[in-house]
Design a protein around this ligand. Structure first.
Ligand SMILES: Nc1ncnc2c1ncn2[C@@H]1O[C@H](COP(=O)(O)OP(=O)(O)O)[C@@H](O)[C@H]1O
Ligand SMILES: CC(=O)N[C@@H](CCC(=O)OP(=O)(O)O)C(=O)O
Length: 263
């Protein structure tokens, strides 16, 4: 990887189980001049808190149906609990870090998604305050970003974390986005056995979505990957957070998980 920065999206599916070694890996990359920028999710933690409050979680094509009451919880869990948990784990493991939500410094500008009538206060990204992220990095801190968006009128939006990460990667002009999740990559059944595909093209993805082999939470990942690969981003890797030294392996040789390429 030639760029000195990369965007790492960390999914709620894997966050709680990430070992100290994962955060030490981030620290080592940062110390050696390969600057990580983290965008995180937290879907399972949001579901859990909503459940405790007696609010049902509903999704439409992978997007949470979000009203004001749900958005209060989404913001509280993502920008509060999860964001600070990641910042603390980085600090404990020797990486200076600052947590931001997309609201802070208008980091993630958003507008309602096209199907807002169905999903409510869910946003699409219209802009990213890249200079704020650069400023945090210049101060020597690792930025940790929660995917809450804001519009010109000050309305908040819930943004899928994969979508937010793809937009941040595009705007920062990084070469690589690494999507860390709970599976070793994009998998498909071959001769009755599940195998991880080392590389997939846009055509493969479209075929696998149509056949149902890519479904659920993998759909926003591949969509975000395809949209940032249309811009400046050169490679998107989908990897398993529990694999040893997964990030340095992804950054240094790229031969881990699934690589998404245009063709
Ligand atoms: N072809 C596929 N290969 C691997 N995982 C897939 C595939 N299609 C759908 N998935 C699902 O996507 C999930 C990862 O998405 P998600 O649960 O939203 O994770 P995260 O919280 O990391 O964003 C996997 O656990 C798996 O159930
Ligand atoms: C609009 C929308 O669906 N937002 C997501 C934001 C969190 C997220 O994406 O978390 P994961 O990466 O863990 O799935 C949600 O409310 O769950």
């Amino acid at each position: 990887m030639s760029s000195s920065k990369f965007v790492m999206k960390c999914g709620g599916s894997t966050l709680a189980a990430l070992p100290d070694a994962f955060f030490q890996d981030l620290r080592d990359l940062q110390m050696n001049g390969t600057q990580p920028v983290i965008v995180h999710g937290g879907g399972p933690a949001i579901n859990e808190t909503l459940g405790k409050l007696g609010i049902e979680s509903r999704f439409l094509n992978g997007l949470r149906v979000t009203d004001e009451a749900t958005l209060d919880v989404v913001e509280m869990v993502l920008a509060g609990r999860i964001n600070k948990e990641i910042v603390r784990k980085l600090q404990i493991n020797g990486a200076k870090s600052i947590g931001l939500s997309g609201t802070d410094g208008r980091l993630i500008e958003a507008k309602p998604v096209a199907n807002a009538a169905e999903v409510g206060l869910v946003g699409d990204v219209t802009g990213v305050n890249a200079s704020l992220v650069e400023g945090v990095i210049a101060l020597g801190y690792l930025p940790v970003i929660a995917p809450i968006g804001i519009d010109a009128a000050g309305q908040r939006y819930n943004i899928n974390a994969d979508t937010a990460a793809g937009a941040v990667a595009s705007e920062l002009g990084v070469d690589t986005m690494i999507v860390v999740t709970d599976v070793p990559g994009i998998m498909r059944t071959v001769d009755g056995e599940k195998v991880v595909l080392p590389q997939v093209t846009f055509a493969d993805i479209e075929e696998m979505i149509a056949s149902g082999e890519i479904y659920g939470g993998m759909i926003p990942k591949v969509s975000a990957a395809m949209s940032c690969l249309h811009g400046n981003v050169k490679e998107v890797l989908i990897v398993d957070g529990s694999a040893e030294r997964v990030l340095s392996r992804a950054v240094n040789d790229g031969n881990i998980g699934t690589r998404i390429v245009r063709e």
